[in-house]
Design a protein around this ligand. Structure first.
Ligand code: SF4
Ligand code: SF4
Length: 59
């Protein structure tokens, strides 16, 4: 469960358009990262203006 979108998301779309792997879609209240597609490049985290994307280790 590495890169995760939190409730800080404003649905600005920056992460969606910036994801080269098309791993992010727009949910009802926030963006959603498909962990099966995500290659963990970290671009979305850098692009997010509200620091809504966090990296979480699986443990
Ligand atoms: S870490 Fe990279 S591949 Fe994964 S959702 Fe973010 S921009 Fe897309
Ligand atoms: S860049 Fe951040 S605020 Fe914008 S849609 Fe993505 S997660 Fe939400």
């Amino acid at each position: 469960m590495p890169y995760i979108v939190t409730s800080e998301c404003l649905l600005c779309g920056a992460c969606i358009s910036g994801c080269d792997s098309d791993a992010i879609t727009e949910g009802e209240t926030q963006a959603i990262i498909d962990v099966e597609i995500c290659i963990e490049c970290g671009t979305c985290k850098s692009n997010c203006p509200s620091d809504a994307i966090i990296f979480e280790n699986e443990d």
